[in-house]
Design a protein around this ligand. Sequence first.
Ligand code: AMO
Length: 443
Amino acid sequence: MEALKRILITETAKHIGETVMLCGWVSVRRDHGKLIFFELRDRSGTVQLVVLPDKPNVIEGAKEVRSEYALTVIGLVKARPSKSGDAEAGPMSVEIEVESIEIVARPGEELPIDVSNPEFNLQLETLLNNRTLALRNEKVHSIFSLYAILLDAYAVACRTRGFMEIKTPKIVPAATEGGANFFKIQYFDREAFLAQSPQFYKQAAMSAFERVFEIGTVFRAEPHFTTRHVNEYTGLDAEMGFIASFEDIMTELEGVMMDVVAAIGERGRKDLERYGATIPPSVTIPRIRLSEAVKILKKEYSKETDGEDIDSEGERMIGEYVAKTYGSDFVFLTHYPRAIRPFYSMPSAGDPNYTDTFDLLFRGIEIASGGQRIHDYQMLVESIKKRGMDPEAFKDYLDIFKYGTPPHGGWGLGSERIIQKLLGLGSIKEAVLFPRDVKRLTP
Ligand code: AMO
């Protein structure tokens, strides 16, 4: 007889009346009199197994099995009377009558958390301390299924728009974004830094390839204890040349976001449902000057700002305001003051105290910043000097602008914040596989 090949649990419904081989983990075991039931879970779904009393050898093996044992099972696929005929139910419409059980791996100790719990409302610390096991929970699994769709959809949306994928170095000789939030590392006999953003390299690549994007790790040594910062995150960056103005950048980013959201809505329906999450409506993203947003905050929410920037509470209020006023979950805030933007930001024509830059907010938190960059060599040197920095320290960066670099700009999106807000997660850390924060370097 030909050896059986493993099939996936989602495929079982197509094999009623046949003997199949399944592999997976046991979510729960239930004993009903002489019957033993298991829920078996693989990467595709979950199915019920039943061990009948007329198979004493199988019963013996089955009695040993506990939650999270990894098994290979051979069994007969039967329609479940109450669920049969319900094509939507998939593997839920069938049951496997077990003919043999092989335990391929067993937990070495008592499980510290119950991963079969569908609610899974663990404290964040417990969730993260037991991360590897927690990832097996179906709710946690959903976060990363959606995250995988996000990464894929972002790349597709960028490629569709003529952006070429690049990977830039993460060990860099200088702190790109300035400030103090960089990690120093020992690089042979020298000091080096972990990249705070692919900023300089994506601009350099743009000067050759015109449109580029990167999905890459970003390191920030910010000693933050917030629900929206981690010290290592995945940035979704892009840079584009030959722009007429920074409006072009927002238009492309808007298109990319709408494609990403649509893909998540189409391919992640079940995972979204687990969180009662809905995808944002497809409406034009309003573009509001930051100075205007400051006025709105004062008028609508009696919120005082320092007149230059808005804090996280202000962002939340603006998010609420645009949802109410424009029916949009997104908003671009534009024209940030020069003093609070990086030295490479393009000053606004006719109003050099402001810049042609933006932040993109999603449901009240910043998920991206971007803008037009200074592409004129001399102007960039002046901008560096104006901040009290030494142009010599930026020699390699400045070289980009010596050989005919067109007007350009781009954006940096925080991937985890998108998932956090989409699902309404309490902390960004739930959307990071193994998060790094000030206190946490393990697991
Ligand atoms: P910025 O520093 O605003 O811009 O970062 C871009 C986006 O990255 C995300 N982000 C973070 N996510 C999690 N934890 C953090 N500590 C963290 N810091 C930032 C946010 C933010 O909007 N070079 C520019 C981008 C550009 O102009 O192209 C930059 O890095 O979602």
